[in-house]
Design a protein around this ligand. Structure first.
Ligand SMILES: NC(=O)c1ccc[n+]([C@@H]2O[C@H](COP(=O)([O-])OP(=O)(O)OC[C@H]3O[C@@H](n4cnc5c(N)ncnc54)[C@H](O)[C@@H]3O)[C@@H](O)[C@H]2O)c1
Ligand SMILES: [Fe+2]
Length: 371
């Protein structure tokens, strides 16, 4: 028995950004974005078409954390006319900040209490403010998921804010908005999408629909990231990557992620490794551990990597190598002791528990661990 569900309306294509004003449909709205000229111009373009926003939050920084979100929620709480819809224009950090704001109208303390009590505080509003999401990176898939990653940088902790009503109503995926994405972010966000696709396959929650999305997404990234890097202005390749990232989002929206993501959080918190690199440098080892654990997963991996999966692992390593990404923890400045501690914690964590392979197999492939 299986079930697949995703309520987000997706509007895809070059020029799709122009549809946002119509989707706001006269409602009071807030915008959320980064503090950078390009995003200022996009927000201005939207306001010219939709009328002024009741609130513009334009200082979102990468990996949204308690301090930054506290200030953003305080501004929302002070707004005289509460927005009826929130429009996010940016990558995963902006999208996830917008999701926090969607339930942050009473102030961030309520969100914080919710996160720190694992949802037991019942401090959040009954209904989230509806979300319209315009991703500007081809990576996180957050435009079609119902959760946000929230970072407590000071305490070195990562939380996931997850609620059914954090599924955006609409995702506007316009590849033209991604043309300005610098090379390093094109690589890291593209690899995040690849990781979402693969992590939804070697996952105890996988189903035939998520698997189909994941196969298309992974093939898309493997096929199109290289050509895009050769010509960053190629809108067709941007479109392929944008589509792959959203398909990966549709896949893991129903499965969540697995071991590679579980291992990535301490790498980002303690070593500042960008999310997309942190969750992808382990993919060859995680794939090798997954092979043989589940026939449906093996079959899906064959559709991506070809019949010989051992060669597939080597090709995946070579793909990362070609992008300048080391595939071992030392290559990222992570010491052995620290790493083995993380591996144990990752396997015990919720995302690690989603992984299909037995613990012993993981230790065997990763070549160590406390056991
Ligand atoms: N909610 C989810 O399902 C989910 C999934 C994966 C990752 N995440 C989270 O998303 C965050 C990472 O998001 P991200 O990788 O999209 O990057 P990001 O939003 O952190 O942005 C990274 C950088 O790229 C710049 N940028 C973004 N779009 C641009 C564009 N079109 N042109 C020029 N510059 C641009 C930003 O200004 C920023 O400096 C992390 O906090 C991660 O934990 C969430
Ligand atoms: Fe991710």
């Amino acid at each position: 028995m299986w079930r697949y569900h995703n309520p987000v309306r997706i509007h895809f294509g070059t020029g799709a950004f122009d549809q946002v004003a119509g989707l706001i449909a006269g409602r009071r709205y807030a915008t959320v974005s980064y503090d950078a000229p390009y995003f200022e111009s996009l927000t201005r373009r939207l306001c010219a078409a939709a009328g002024p926003a009741v609130l513009r939050i334009d200082n979102i920084t990468p990996n949204p954390d308690f301090t930054m979100l506290g200030a953003a929620c305080a501004r929302l709480a002070e707004t005289r006319e509460a927005p009826e819809v929130i429009v996010a224009i940016g990558g995963g950090s902006v999208i996830d900040a917008a999701k926090v704001l969607a339930v942050g109208g009473k102030g961030f303390h309520a969100v914080r209490a919710h996160l720190e009590t694992g949802g037991r505080s019942r401090s959040l509003p009954g209904r989230a403010v509806p979300l319209i999401i315009v991703p500007t990176t081809a990576g996180t898939g957050s435009e079609v998921t119902s959760w946000a990653t929230v970072w407590d940088t000071e305490a070195a902790k990562k939380y996931s804010l997850a609620r059914e009503d954090l599924y955006p109503t609409d995702a506007i995926v316009d590849p033209a908005l991604m043309l300005s994405l610098p090379r390093d972010h094109t690589i890291s966000t593209g690899l995040d999408a690849l990781s979402h696709a693969l992590e939804s396959l070697w996952n105890v929650n996988a189903n035939p629909v998520s698997t189909n999305f994941a196969i298309s997404a992974a093939r898309g990234v493997l096929r199109h990231l290289g050509p895009l890097l050769a010509d960053a202005a190629d809108i067709t390749q941007r479109g392929h990557m944008a589509q792959a990232a959203t398909l990966a989002g549709l896949a893991f929206s129903n499965t969540k992620t697995a071991l590679a993501h579980s291992l990535s959080y301490p790498a980002t918190l303690h070593h500042g490794i960008p999310h997309g690199i942190a969750c992808s440098f382990t993919l060859p080892a995680v794939m090798q551990s997954a092979i043989g654990a589940n026939p449906a997963c093996d079959e899906a991996l064959r559709q991506i990597f070809g019949d010989d999966l051992a060669t597939g692992v080597r090709n995946l390593s070579a793909f990362l190598d070609g992008l300048g990404i080391a595939t071992d923890h030392n290559g990222h400045g992570i010491g052995d002791r620290e790493w083995w501690g993380w591996l144990d914690e990752a396997l015990d964590g919720e995302r690690g528990q989603n992984f299909i392979a037995p613990r012993e197999r993981v230790y065997e492939i990763f070549g160590g661990g406390a056991g």
